[in-house]
Design a protein. Structure first.
Ligand code: KIV
Ligand code: ZN
Length: 543
């Protein structure tokens, strides 16, 4: 068939050459007619296991790939690009397992316009219920000269040969003129036409380096429909990279102009700045159904957050907090006005119901700017319904914590509540604590405990600041106790996390647990000790 068996250069080595970019047609300001579209499905082609898996450090093992593929099927993507079988035996095996085991979506394998690639791709997917071969070659002058060190005529011939060969093996063949967005349009149309003649049923238009502007990219898609004579029912797909942060915008614009397949990845992962984000595309089409009149995807939105977490965890790439739809802050409301609005009526500040995409609920991030209403709401979600008087007290406590921390999380609130909601009367209450310690001095702690007779202050040195605090508290309470157990843990993350101290003390008769929480661990320790003392006093009174 005359296909080359080796590629001389690595695809990732293509250099950006700004002068040659000028060869790209000038952006015209003429409007292009939008393709007539009524109630059409936009197919979701997921390339997380291929393009995103190329991300440095994101390599997955076979089991991990399989799990993600099953999850993608559960989310109802239309096509899974499972890998690039010729690239390694491991990739071949993974694509083969996915092809054999994952039901529902088409299973696609990538290949260059190289015979051995196509043979390997087919070898891996031949047993899939719905197999697809995806073959590609760079068509921009910069890729033709810089990667394949070839010429346009040769690339055209290799395209035809490759698509013909792929078609002889597999009914569904997708062809990508790589770097299409920077390819001279006349040549691009010719390559597309010949690929369709050779049997390609899907033509993918990649903006490989994320160079295009939305209007420009949409116009290119419209021109393809207008200029490629045999376009017929061929599905036009788009594959946009995010180097200028425009991958999703470019893909949406392309849909408006007739593209019916979007190549995308979970969390927008992929080469360099990544690919079009699957969740953003799916939710943009769904949320703005008024704008994308009649278009839909088959994506099950409730799987969006779960799969985002799975991919993030398995690839070891955290999701940025402000990432649309799946970022930790995507539904978190911090300002008092926003919190009040969302509590009263969710859609005042949310365009998507977080539960629709798999979040538990909107998050009210409590901060020093939050009011009592937001605090009461959050406490009720956590199962507490304090009286107004109690709420005022908890609010004071909350503000103390909020002033020290940027955000007060549920775990912080739980700690405050465990600390506040006491079962025994406070014979002693820790009013203040002051610690002096360092490397060459004995730690000294001063405590002020409120008792019936007023505030009693005592100080003591000790083996450490906690020991000193406990000795100072002993001087006030005058109840001999033995510290049997002491444990401390951080409730939330970060340097400003709340520390929870749980202790066990013993007197002659009882073994009692004391609990204290604070962003200051010495204070938490002192509170735990005072809590235990109060319980001892209470127990002795009961007897
Ligand atoms: O970015 C790109 O052009 C690609 C192709 C293989 C479609 O990933
Ligand atoms: Zn890509």
């Amino acid at each position: 068939m005359g296909l080359k068996t080796t590629e001389e250069s690595d695809l990732r080595d293509a250099e950006h050459n700004p002068t040659s970019l000028k060869q790209r047609a000038e952006i015209e300001t003429t409007t292009v007619k939008e393709k007539d579209t009524m109630s059409e499905q936009v197919y979701i082609f997921d390339t997380t296991l291929r393009d995103a898996e190329q991300t440095p450090g994101a390599a997955l093992n076979l089991e991990e790939k399989l799990e993600i593929a099953h999850h993608l099927a559960k989310m109802n993507v239309d096509i899974i690009e499972a890998g690039f079988p010729v690239s390694s035996p491991g990739d071949f095996d993974a694509v083969e397992r996915i092809a054999n085991e994952v039901q529902g979506p088409e299973i696609c394998a990538l290949s260059r316009v190289v015979e051995k690639d196509i043979t390997a791709a087919w070898g891996a997917i031949k047993d899939a219920k719905k197999p697809r071969i995806h073959t590609f070659v760079g068509t921009s002058d910069i890729h033709v000269a810089g990667i394949t060190r070839s010429d346009r005529e040769t690339i055209l011939k290799r395209t035809v040969d490759a698509v013909t060969y792929a078609k002889s093996l597999c009914e569904t063949v997708e062809f990508s003129p790589m770097d299409a967005a920077r390819t001279e349009p006349g040549y691009l149309f010719k390559v597309i036409e010949e690929a369709i003649d050779a049997g390609a049923t899907i033509i993918n238009i990649p903006d490989t380096v994320g160079y295009a502007m939305p209007f420009e990219f949409g116009k290119l898609i419209a021109e393809i429909f207008d200029s490629v004579a045999n376009i017929g029912d061929t599905v036009i797909s788009v594959h946009c990279h995010n180097d200028l942060g425009l991958a999703v915008a470019n893909s949406l614009e392309a849909i408006k102009k007739g593209a019916r397949q979007v190549e995308c990845t979970v969390n927008g992962l992929g080469e360099r700045a990544g690919n079009t984000s699957l969740e953003e595309i799916a939710m943009a089409i769904r949320t703005r159904s008024d704008f994308f009149d009649g278009y839909y995807t088959g994506i099950e939105p409730k799987e969006i957050v779960p799969i985002s977490r799975r991919v993030s965890r398995t690839m070891g790439i955290p999701v940025q907090p402000n990432k649309a739809i799946v970022g930790a802050n995507a539904f978190a409301h911090s300002s008092g006005i926003h919190q009040d609005g969302v509590i009263k009526q969710r859609d005042t500040f949310e365009i998507i119901d977080p539960e629709d995409v798999g979040w538990q609920e909107s998050q009210i991030i409590l901060s020093p700017r939050s009011g009592r209403n937001a605090l009461r709401h959050r406490l009720s979600v956590l199962g507490y319904s304090p009286t107004q008087e109690k709420l005022d007290k908890i609010y004071e406590r909350f503000l103390e914590v909020a002033d020290k921390k940027k955000a007060v999380h549920d775990a912080d609130l739980e700690a405050i509540m465990r600390d506040e909601v006491r079962s025994v009367p406070e014979t002693f209450h820790l009013e203040y604590i002051q610690v002096v310690c360092g490397t060459k001095i004995s730690p000294t702690t001063t405590v002020g405990l409120r008792a019936e007779e007023g505030i009693i202050e005592e100080a003591s040195t000790g083996d450490g600041p906690v020991d000193a605090a406990y000795k100072a508290i002993d001087r006030v309470a005058k109840i001999p106790l033995v510290l049997a157990d002491y444990s401390i843990r951080s409730v939330t993350e970060g340097k400003d996390a709340i520390g929870e101290v749980t202790i066990r003390v013993q007197d002659n008769q009882h073994s009692i647990v004391g609990y204290g929480a604070s962003t200051d661990i010495i204070e938490a320790s002192a509170k735990a000790y005072v809590d235990a003392i109060n319980k001892v006093v209470h127990l002795r009174q009961e007897v």
